[in-house]
Design a protein around this ligand. Sequence first.
Ligand code: XIL
Length: 498
Amino acid sequence: MNDVPAQPKRRTRGAARLLLGGACALAITVSSMALATFARADLSGPPGATLKAAAERSGRYFGAAMGADRLNDSGFLTIANREFDMMTAVNEMKPDATEPNRGQFDFRAGDAIYNWATQRGMRFRGHTLAWHAQQPRFWGSLSGSALRTAMIEHINGVMAHYKGKFAYWDVVNEAFAENGSRRSSNLQSTGNDWIEVAFRTAHAADPSVKLCYNDYNIENWTYAKTQGVYNMIRDFKSRGVPVDCVGLQTHFTGGSSLPGNFQQTLSSFAALGVDVALTEADVTNASTSQYQGLTQACMNVPRCVGITTWGIRDSDSWRGSENPLLFDRNSNPKAAYTAVLNALNAASTTVPGTPTAPPTTAPPTTAPPTTAPPTTAPPTTAPPTTAPPTTPPSTGQPGACTATYRMVNSWGGGFQGEVTVANNGSTTLSGWTVRLTLAGGQTIANVWNGINTGTSGAVGVRNAEYNGSLGANTSTTFGFLVNGSSSAAPGGLSCTSP
Ligand code: XIL
Protein backbone atom coordinates (compact mmCIF):
# COMPACT_ATOMS: atom_id res chain seq x y z
CA MET A 1 0.00 0.00 0.00
CA ASN A 2 1.09 3.42 -0.81
CA ASP A 3 1.04 5.72 2.18
CA VAL A 4 1.81 8.80 0.15
CA PRO A 5 -1.31 9.84 -1.68
CA ALA A 6 -1.21 11.48 -5.01
CA GLN A 7 -0.45 15.09 -5.61
CA PRO A 8 -3.22 17.55 -4.82
CA LYS A 9 -5.38 18.06 -7.84
CA ARG A 10 -4.03 20.63 -10.20
CA ARG A 11 -6.02 23.46 -11.53
CA THR A 12 -6.77 23.25 -15.22
CA ARG A 13 -4.00 24.74 -17.21
CA GLY A 14 -6.41 27.06 -18.97
CA ALA A 15 -7.39 28.76 -15.74
CA ALA A 16 -3.94 29.96 -14.88
CA ARG A 17 -2.49 30.52 -18.27
CA LEU A 18 -1.43 33.97 -19.05
CA LEU A 19 -3.35 35.57 -21.82
CA LEU A 20 -0.72 37.60 -23.50
CA GLY A 21 -2.74 38.11 -26.63
CA GLY A 22 -1.64 39.08 -30.09
CA ALA A 23 1.42 37.94 -31.90
CA CYS A 24 4.19 36.66 -29.72
CA ALA A 25 7.15 38.88 -29.33
CA LEU A 26 10.55 37.53 -30.08
CA ALA A 27 13.17 37.62 -27.42
CA ILE A 28 12.93 40.81 -25.40
CA THR A 29 16.18 41.61 -23.72
CA VAL A 30 16.12 41.39 -19.99
CA SER A 31 16.87 44.93 -19.04
CA SER A 32 18.32 44.55 -15.61
CA MET A 33 21.40 42.73 -14.60
CA ALA A 34 21.01 40.66 -11.51
CA LEU A 35 21.80 42.62 -8.39
CA ALA A 36 21.66 39.43 -6.46
CA THR A 37 22.52 39.32 -2.82
CA PHE A 38 24.77 36.41 -2.12
CA ALA A 39 24.32 35.23 1.38
CA ARG A 40 27.26 35.34 3.76
CA ALA A 41 26.92 32.74 6.43
CA ASP A 42 27.28 33.94 9.99
CA LEU A 43 25.78 31.63 12.55
CA SER A 44 27.11 33.74 15.40
CA GLY A 45 25.21 36.86 14.33
CA PRO A 46 21.90 38.02 15.77
CA PRO A 47 18.76 36.12 14.77
CA GLY A 48 17.16 37.26 11.53
CA ALA A 49 13.85 39.11 11.86
CA THR A 50 12.67 38.11 8.37
CA LEU A 51 12.66 34.78 6.53
CA LYS A 52 15.47 35.84 4.23
CA ALA A 53 17.63 37.28 7.00
CA ALA A 54 17.17 34.13 9.07
CA ALA A 55 18.01 31.90 6.08
CA GLU A 56 21.04 33.94 5.08
CA ARG A 57 22.65 33.38 8.48
CA SER A 58 23.47 29.87 7.29
CA GLY A 59 24.14 30.77 3.65
CA ARG A 60 20.67 29.68 2.55
CA TYR A 61 17.85 31.45 0.77
CA PHE A 62 14.14 31.72 1.41
CA GLY A 63 12.13 31.90 -1.78
CA ALA A 64 8.60 32.29 -3.08
CA ALA A 65 6.81 31.74 -6.36
CA MET A 66 4.84 34.55 -7.96
CA GLY A 67 2.68 34.94 -11.01
CA ALA A 68 2.83 38.01 -13.26
CA ASP A 69 -0.63 38.97 -11.95
CA ARG A 70 0.97 39.75 -8.58
CA LEU A 71 3.05 42.56 -10.07
CA ASN A 72 0.07 44.86 -9.45
CA ASP A 73 -0.67 43.54 -5.99
CA SER A 74 0.98 45.85 -3.50
CA GLY A 75 0.12 43.63 -0.54
CA PHE A 76 1.98 40.73 -2.14
CA LEU A 77 4.91 42.85 -3.29
CA THR A 78 5.44 44.37 0.15
CA ILE A 79 5.84 40.97 1.78
CA ALA A 80 7.87 39.57 -1.12
CA ASN A 81 10.33 42.42 -0.91
CA ARG A 82 10.63 42.25 2.86
CA GLU A 83 10.85 38.50 3.44
CA PHE A 84 12.23 36.70 0.36
CA ASP A 85 15.56 36.60 -1.46
CA MET A 86 14.81 34.03 -4.17
CA MET A 87 11.96 34.17 -6.67
CA THR A 88 10.36 31.67 -9.07
CA ALA A 89 7.69 32.25 -11.70
CA VAL A 90 4.56 30.17 -11.08
CA ASN A 91 3.61 29.59 -14.74
CA GLU A 92 5.39 32.21 -16.84
CA MET A 93 8.55 30.24 -17.65
CA LYS A 94 6.87 26.94 -18.42
CA PRO A 95 7.14 25.61 -21.98
CA ASP A 96 3.66 26.72 -23.08
CA ALA A 97 4.30 30.25 -21.86
CA THR A 98 7.78 30.76 -23.30
CA GLU A 99 7.35 29.09 -26.71
CA PRO A 100 3.66 29.13 -27.63
CA ASN A 101 4.47 28.58 -31.29
CA ARG A 102 7.45 26.83 -32.72
CA GLY A 103 10.49 29.08 -32.69
CA GLN A 104 8.47 32.06 -31.42
CA PHE A 105 9.60 32.75 -27.92
CA ASP A 106 7.75 35.06 -25.61
CA PHE A 107 9.58 36.16 -22.49
CA ARG A 108 7.52 39.22 -21.61
CA ALA A 109 5.72 37.81 -18.59
CA GLY A 110 8.76 35.92 -17.30
CA ASP A 111 10.99 38.94 -17.73
CA ALA A 112 8.58 41.16 -15.84
CA ILE A 113 8.82 38.87 -12.82
CA TYR A 114 12.55 38.39 -13.21
CA ASN A 115 13.18 42.13 -13.45
CA TRP A 116 11.03 42.99 -10.46
CA ALA A 117 12.75 40.39 -8.29
CA THR A 118 16.35 40.96 -9.32
CA GLN A 119 16.03 44.74 -9.13
CA ARG A 120 15.34 44.12 -5.45
CA GLY A 121 18.40 41.96 -4.94
CA MET A 122 16.69 38.59 -5.16
CA ARG A 123 18.09 35.62 -7.00
CA PHE A 124 16.02 33.54 -9.38
CA ARG A 125 15.01 29.90 -9.91
CA GLY A 126 13.85 29.08 -13.42
CA HIS A 127 10.85 26.74 -13.61
CA THR A 128 10.68 24.66 -15.87
CA LEU A 129 12.06 23.54 -19.26
CA ALA A 130 10.74 20.02 -19.90
CA TRP A 131 7.56 18.68 -18.32
CA HIS A 132 4.64 16.44 -19.23
CA ALA A 133 2.20 19.27 -18.44
CA GLN A 134 1.80 22.87 -19.63
CA GLN A 135 3.45 22.08 -22.94
CA PRO A 136 3.16 24.22 -26.07
CA ARG A 137 0.21 23.12 -28.17
CA PHE A 138 2.50 22.25 -31.08
CA TRP A 139 4.33 19.61 -29.00
CA GLY A 140 1.03 17.72 -28.96
CA SER A 141 1.26 16.97 -32.64
CA LEU A 142 4.87 15.81 -32.49
CA SER A 143 6.38 12.53 -31.39
CA GLY A 144 9.62 10.57 -31.58
CA SER A 145 12.68 12.37 -32.87
CA ALA A 146 10.64 15.39 -33.97
CA LEU A 147 9.44 15.98 -30.40
CA ARG A 148 12.95 15.32 -29.08
CA THR A 149 14.27 17.98 -31.42
CA ALA A 150 11.55 20.40 -30.35
CA MET A 151 12.49 19.86 -26.71
CA ILE A 152 16.15 20.52 -27.44
CA GLU A 153 15.32 23.65 -29.41
CA HIS A 154 13.08 24.82 -26.59
CA ILE A 155 15.79 24.38 -23.97
CA ASN A 156 18.30 26.18 -26.17
CA GLY A 157 15.93 29.04 -26.94
CA VAL A 158 14.84 29.71 -23.38
CA MET A 159 18.23 29.21 -21.79
CA ALA A 160 19.92 31.50 -24.29
CA HIS A 161 17.60 34.30 -23.18
CA TYR A 162 18.31 33.80 -19.49
CA LYS A 163 21.95 32.81 -19.84
CA GLY A 164 24.04 33.82 -16.83
CA LYS A 165 21.04 35.26 -14.98
CA PHE A 166 19.61 32.44 -12.87
CA ALA A 167 20.92 30.63 -9.82
CA TYR A 168 18.98 27.42 -10.61
CA TRP A 169 16.94 26.00 -13.47
CA ASP A 170 14.43 23.19 -13.07
CA VAL A 171 15.43 21.41 -16.26
CA VAL A 172 13.07 18.46 -15.93
CA ASN A 173 9.93 18.42 -13.80
CA GLU A 174 7.93 15.43 -12.53
CA ALA A 175 9.23 12.64 -14.78
CA PHE A 176 8.56 9.76 -12.36
CA ALA A 177 5.45 7.74 -11.57
CA GLU A 178 4.40 6.86 -8.03
CA ASN A 179 5.73 3.30 -8.40
CA GLY A 180 9.26 4.53 -9.06
CA SER A 181 9.34 3.94 -12.79
CA ARG A 182 9.29 6.66 -15.39
CA ARG A 183 5.99 8.45 -15.83
CA SER A 184 4.51 7.74 -19.22
CA SER A 185 4.37 10.90 -21.31
CA ASN A 186 5.03 12.03 -24.84
CA LEU A 187 8.56 13.01 -23.79
CA GLN A 188 9.19 9.60 -22.24
CA SER A 189 8.03 8.02 -25.49
CA THR A 190 10.89 9.72 -27.32
CA GLY A 191 13.28 7.35 -25.51
CA ASN A 192 14.43 6.73 -21.95
CA ASP A 193 17.43 9.00 -22.43
CA TRP A 194 15.29 12.13 -22.84
CA ILE A 195 16.09 13.37 -19.34
CA GLU A 196 19.83 13.16 -19.72
CA VAL A 197 19.60 14.75 -23.15
CA ALA A 198 17.71 17.62 -21.55
CA PHE A 199 20.45 18.06 -18.92
CA ARG A 200 23.30 17.82 -21.41
CA THR A 201 21.58 20.35 -23.66
CA ALA A 202 20.99 22.68 -20.72
CA HIS A 203 24.59 22.45 -19.56
CA ALA A 204 25.88 23.34 -23.00
CA ALA A 205 23.42 26.25 -23.24
CA ASP A 206 24.42 27.82 -19.90
CA PRO A 207 27.28 26.23 -17.95
CA SER A 208 26.93 28.80 -15.16
CA VAL A 209 23.49 27.90 -13.81
CA LYS A 210 22.80 24.96 -11.50
CA LEU A 211 20.62 22.38 -13.22
CA CYS A 212 17.92 20.67 -11.16
CA TYR A 213 15.59 17.72 -11.37
CA ASN A 214 12.32 18.62 -9.58
CA ASP A 215 9.49 16.35 -8.39
CA TYR A 216 6.77 15.79 -5.78
CA ASN A 217 6.18 12.84 -3.46
CA ILE A 218 9.92 12.19 -3.21
CA GLU A 219 10.19 13.32 0.41
CA ASN A 220 9.70 9.88 2.02
CA TRP A 221 12.98 7.97 1.77
CA THR A 222 11.35 4.53 1.68
CA TYR A 223 8.80 5.45 -0.98
CA ALA A 224 9.29 3.82 -4.40
CA LYS A 225 9.22 7.10 -6.29
CA THR A 226 11.94 8.59 -4.08
CA GLN A 227 14.11 5.57 -4.76
CA GLY A 228 13.43 5.78 -8.49
CA VAL A 229 14.60 9.39 -8.63
CA TYR A 230 17.54 8.67 -6.34
CA ASN A 231 18.73 5.84 -8.60
CA MET A 232 18.51 8.08 -11.64
CA ILE A 233 20.55 10.84 -9.98
CA ARG A 234 23.12 8.30 -8.78
CA ASP A 235 23.38 6.92 -12.30
CA PHE A 236 23.71 10.43 -13.75
CA LYS A 237 26.49 11.35 -11.34
CA SER A 238 28.35 8.12 -12.07
CA ARG A 239 28.23 8.79 -15.81
CA GLY A 240 28.94 12.50 -15.69
CA VAL A 241 25.50 13.68 -16.77
CA PRO A 242 25.45 17.32 -15.62
CA VAL A 243 22.87 17.41 -12.83
CA ASP A 244 23.59 19.79 -9.94
CA CYS A 245 20.53 19.68 -7.74
CA VAL A 246 17.34 17.92 -6.78
CA GLY A 247 14.22 19.91 -5.95
CA LEU A 248 11.74 18.31 -3.59
CA GLN A 249 8.46 20.09 -4.11
CA THR A 250 7.28 19.41 -0.53
CA HIS A 251 3.54 19.73 -1.13
CA PHE A 252 2.18 18.21 2.06
CA THR A 253 -1.49 17.33 2.08
CA GLY A 254 -3.71 15.86 4.76
CA GLY A 255 -2.58 12.38 3.74
CA SER A 256 0.98 12.86 2.58
CA SER A 257 2.35 14.72 5.53
CA LEU A 258 5.94 15.36 6.55
CA PRO A 259 7.66 11.98 6.73
CA GLY A 260 9.84 11.25 9.75
CA ASN A 261 12.72 10.33 7.45
CA PHE A 262 12.69 13.55 5.42
CA GLN A 263 16.15 14.58 6.61
CA GLN A 264 17.49 11.17 5.58
CA THR A 265 16.09 11.73 2.10
CA LEU A 266 17.75 15.13 1.85
CA SER A 267 21.11 13.93 3.12
CA SER A 268 21.01 10.82 0.93
CA PHE A 269 20.52 12.90 -2.21
CA ALA A 270 23.15 15.37 -1.02
CA ALA A 271 25.64 12.53 -0.53
CA LEU A 272 25.44 11.90 -4.27
CA GLY A 273 27.08 15.31 -4.76
CA VAL A 274 24.04 17.46 -5.57
CA ASP A 275 22.41 20.42 -3.85
CA VAL A 276 18.93 19.78 -2.54
CA ALA A 277 16.15 22.33 -2.09
CA LEU A 278 12.54 22.44 -0.97
CA THR A 279 11.06 24.04 -4.05
CA GLU A 280 7.28 24.39 -3.75
CA ALA A 281 6.45 24.03 -0.08
CA ASP A 282 2.85 24.25 1.07
CA VAL A 283 1.16 22.31 3.87
CA THR A 284 -2.54 21.74 4.47
CA ASN A 285 -3.74 24.28 7.04
CA ALA A 286 -0.12 25.41 7.46
CA SER A 287 0.58 22.84 10.18
CA THR A 288 3.09 24.50 12.48
CA SER A 289 4.81 21.26 13.39
CA GLN A 290 5.19 20.20 9.77
CA TYR A 291 6.55 23.57 8.69
CA GLN A 292 8.93 23.51 11.65
CA GLY A 293 10.02 19.96 10.80
CA LEU A 294 10.58 20.51 7.09
CA THR A 295 12.61 23.62 7.82
CA GLN A 296 14.69 21.93 10.47
CA ALA A 297 15.42 18.96 8.19
CA CYS A 298 16.77 21.36 5.59
CA MET A 299 18.84 23.28 8.15
CA ASN A 300 20.43 20.01 9.31
CA VAL A 301 21.70 19.11 5.84
CA PRO A 302 24.54 21.34 4.67
CA ARG A 303 23.72 20.98 1.00
CA CYS A 304 20.06 21.86 1.51
CA VAL A 305 20.45 25.32 0.01
CA GLY A 306 17.02 26.84 0.57
CA ILE A 307 13.26 26.65 0.82
CA THR A 308 10.67 28.12 -1.55
CA THR A 309 6.96 28.38 -0.70
CA TRP A 310 4.53 28.12 -3.63
CA GLY A 311 3.05 31.58 -3.15
CA ILE A 312 3.13 33.88 -0.13
CA ARG A 313 -0.41 34.36 1.22
CA ASP A 314 -3.16 31.75 1.26
CA SER A 315 -4.90 33.84 -1.38
CA ASP A 316 -1.93 33.25 -3.73
CA SER A 317 -1.96 29.48 -3.40
CA TRP A 318 -2.99 26.96 -6.04
CA ARG A 319 -4.38 25.08 -3.02
CA GLY A 320 -6.04 28.19 -1.63
CA SER A 321 -8.95 26.39 0.02
CA GLU A 322 -6.44 24.54 2.22
CA ASN A 323 -4.80 27.71 3.56
CA PRO A 324 -1.35 26.14 3.19
CA LEU A 325 1.02 29.13 3.24
CA LEU A 326 2.83 31.20 5.86
CA PHE A 327 0.74 34.38 5.51
CA ASP A 328 -3.03 34.68 5.74
CA ARG A 329 -5.30 36.52 3.33
CA ASN A 330 -4.78 39.76 5.23
CA SER A 331 -1.00 39.49 4.85
CA ASN A 332 -0.51 38.58 8.50
CA PRO A 333 2.15 36.02 9.35
CA LYS A 334 0.65 32.81 10.76
CA ALA A 335 1.94 30.64 13.60
CA ALA A 336 3.77 28.54 11.00
CA TYR A 337 5.71 31.64 9.96
CA THR A 338 7.14 31.97 13.45
CA ALA A 339 7.95 28.27 13.54
CA VAL A 340 9.84 28.53 10.25
CA LEU A 341 11.63 31.71 11.28
CA ASN A 342 12.80 30.13 14.53
CA ALA A 343 13.95 26.96 12.78
CA LEU A 344 15.92 29.02 10.25
CA ASN A 345 17.56 30.98 13.04
CA ALA A 346 18.45 27.75 14.86
CA ALA A 347 20.41 26.35 11.90
CA SER A 348 23.68 24.75 12.94
CA THR A 349 25.05 23.93 9.49
CA THR A 350 26.06 26.30 6.72
CA VAL A 351 25.92 25.70 3.00
CA PRO A 352 29.34 24.46 1.82
CA GLY A 353 31.28 27.06 -0.12
CA THR A 354 29.23 29.99 1.19
CA PRO A 355 31.43 32.95 2.02
CA THR A 356 31.52 33.65 5.71
CA ALA A 357 30.84 37.04 7.19
CA PRO A 358 33.91 39.09 8.05
CA PRO A 359 34.70 38.60 11.71
CA THR A 360 32.97 41.06 13.99
CA THR A 361 35.37 40.26 16.81
CA ALA A 362 39.04 41.15 16.86
CA PRO A 363 40.71 40.20 13.58
CA PRO A 364 43.38 37.50 13.78
CA THR A 365 46.25 39.94 13.33
CA THR A 366 45.53 41.74 16.57
CA ALA A 367 44.13 38.90 18.63
CA PRO A 368 46.74 37.38 20.90
CA PRO A 369 46.92 33.63 20.72
CA THR A 370 44.63 32.12 23.31
CA THR A 371 46.39 28.79 23.29
CA ALA A 372 50.09 28.15 23.62
CA PRO A 373 51.79 28.72 20.26
CA PRO A 374 53.08 25.52 18.71
CA THR A 375 56.73 26.42 19.24
CA THR A 376 56.39 26.46 23.00
CA ALA A 377 54.10 23.46 23.35
CA PRO A 378 56.17 20.37 23.97
CA PRO A 379 54.85 17.23 22.36
CA THR A 380 52.82 15.30 24.89
CA THR A 381 53.35 12.00 23.13
CA ALA A 382 56.59 10.79 21.65
CA PRO A 383 55.96 10.90 17.92
CA PRO A 384 58.91 8.85 16.61
CA THR A 385 57.93 5.69 18.44
CA THR A 386 54.31 5.79 17.35
CA ALA A 387 54.84 6.32 13.66
CA PRO A 388 57.14 3.67 12.26
CA PRO A 389 56.64 3.31 8.52
CA THR A 390 56.97 -0.46 8.71
CA THR A 391 53.29 -1.44 8.59
CA PRO A 392 51.16 0.01 5.82
CA PRO A 393 47.86 1.32 7.16
CA SER A 394 45.76 -0.94 4.96
CA THR A 395 45.90 -3.56 2.25
CA GLY A 396 45.76 -0.88 -0.41
CA GLN A 397 48.75 0.68 -2.05
CA PRO A 398 50.08 3.50 0.08
CA GLY A 399 51.60 6.16 -2.06
CA ALA A 400 49.33 5.45 -5.02
CA CYS A 401 47.31 8.49 -4.01
CA THR A 402 47.83 11.45 -1.73
CA ALA A 403 45.39 13.31 0.49
CA THR A 404 45.68 17.02 1.24
CA TYR A 405 43.45 18.81 3.72
CA ARG A 406 42.26 22.38 3.79
CA MET A 407 39.77 24.16 5.99
CA VAL A 408 37.12 25.90 3.92
CA ASN A 409 35.22 27.66 6.65
CA SER A 410 34.93 27.69 10.43
CA TRP A 411 32.59 29.14 13.03
CA GLY A 412 31.98 28.93 16.76
CA GLY A 413 30.71 25.38 16.81
CA GLY A 414 32.53 23.67 14.00
CA PHE A 415 34.13 23.84 10.61
CA GLN A 416 33.92 22.68 7.03
CA GLY A 417 36.88 20.78 5.62
CA GLU A 418 37.88 19.60 2.19
CA VAL A 419 40.32 16.88 1.20
CA THR A 420 41.88 16.72 -2.24
CA VAL A 421 42.64 13.17 -3.31
CA ALA A 422 45.29 13.13 -6.03
CA ASN A 423 46.63 10.35 -8.19
CA ASN A 424 50.23 11.31 -8.89
CA GLY A 425 51.00 8.02 -10.57
CA SER A 426 50.84 6.99 -14.19
CA THR A 427 47.98 4.51 -14.01
CA THR A 428 44.29 5.01 -13.32
CA LEU A 429 43.13 4.17 -9.80
CA SER A 430 39.86 2.33 -9.41
CA GLY A 431 39.05 3.56 -5.91
CA TRP A 432 40.51 5.33 -2.90
CA THR A 433 40.23 5.49 0.84
CA VAL A 434 41.43 8.39 2.97
CA ARG A 435 42.08 7.93 6.65
CA LEU A 436 42.26 10.80 9.07
CA THR A 437 41.97 11.35 12.78
CA LEU A 438 39.73 14.04 14.21
CA ALA A 439 40.72 15.95 17.33
CA GLY A 440 38.92 15.20 20.59
CA GLY A 441 35.36 16.49 20.78
CA GLN A 442 35.01 16.78 17.01
CA THR A 443 32.22 14.86 15.27
CA ILE A 444 31.49 14.62 11.57
CA ALA A 445 27.95 15.77 10.76
CA ASN A 446 28.00 15.16 7.03
CA VAL A 447 30.28 14.00 4.21
CA TRP A 448 29.75 14.66 0.51
CA ASN A 449 31.52 13.19 -2.53
CA GLY A 450 32.67 10.36 -0.27
CA ILE A 451 31.37 7.70 2.09
CA ASN A 452 32.57 7.72 5.67
CA THR A 453 33.13 5.02 8.22
CA GLY A 454 33.02 6.49 11.71
CA THR A 455 32.31 10.07 12.73
CA SER A 456 34.89 10.77 15.42
CA GLY A 457 38.46 9.81 16.24
CA ALA A 458 39.92 7.65 13.45
CA VAL A 459 37.67 8.01 10.42
CA GLY A 460 37.84 6.49 6.94
CA VAL A 461 36.34 8.10 3.84
CA ARG A 462 36.16 6.10 0.66
CA ASN A 463 35.14 7.29 -2.77
CA ALA A 464 31.50 7.71 -3.72
CA GLU A 465 30.23 5.59 -6.59
CA TYR A 466 30.89 8.27 -9.13
CA ASN A 467 34.39 9.55 -8.20
CA GLY A 468 36.40 6.40 -7.50
CA SER A 469 38.07 6.26 -10.88
CA LEU A 470 41.02 8.63 -10.81
CA GLY A 471 43.08 8.96 -13.96
CA ALA A 472 46.84 9.52 -13.91
CA ASN A 473 47.69 12.99 -12.61
CA THR A 474 44.12 13.90 -11.77
CA SER A 475 42.45 14.70 -8.50
CA THR A 476 39.05 14.88 -6.89
CA THR A 477 37.78 16.34 -3.63
CA PHE A 478 35.41 15.38 -0.89
CA GLY A 479 34.00 17.66 1.75
CA PHE A 480 32.79 17.27 5.28
CA LEU A 481 31.26 19.20 8.09
CA VAL A 482 32.43 18.85 11.67
CA ASN A 483 30.74 19.92 14.89
CA GLY A 484 33.01 20.67 17.82
CA SER A 485 34.48 23.51 19.78
CA SER A 486 37.87 23.39 18.09
CA SER A 487 38.62 23.61 14.41
CA ALA A 488 41.98 21.83 14.74
CA ALA A 489 42.94 20.16 11.48
CA PRO A 490 42.57 16.40 11.32
CA GLY A 491 45.81 14.50 11.78
CA GLY A 492 47.32 11.34 10.33
CA LEU A 493 46.07 11.89 6.79
CA SER A 494 46.75 8.96 4.48
CA CYS A 495 45.39 7.71 1.18
CA THR A 496 45.30 4.17 -0.13
CA SER A 497 43.99 2.61 -3.30
CA PRO A 498 41.78 0.91 -4.15
C1 XIL B 1 0.90 24.97 -10.71
C2 XIL B 1 0.49 26.41 -10.66
O1 XIL B 1 0.60 26.88 -9.35
C3 XIL B 1 -0.91 26.55 -11.17
O2 XIL B 1 -1.25 27.93 -11.28
C4 XIL B 1 -1.08 25.89 -12.53
O3 XIL B 1 -2.42 25.92 -12.91
C5 XIL B 1 -0.60 24.46 -12.47
O4 XIL B 1 0.74 24.42 -12.00
N1 XIL B 1 4.14 21.29 -9.36
C6 XIL B 1 4.82 22.19 -10.14
C7 XIL B 1 4.23 23.52 -10.40
O5 XIL B 1 5.95 21.91 -10.54
O6 XIL B 1 4.59 24.02 -11.65
C8 XIL B 1 2.75 23.52 -10.26
O7 XIL B 1 2.26 24.85 -10.39
C9 XIL B 1 2.35 22.90 -8.94
C10 XIL B 1 2.82 21.48 -8.84
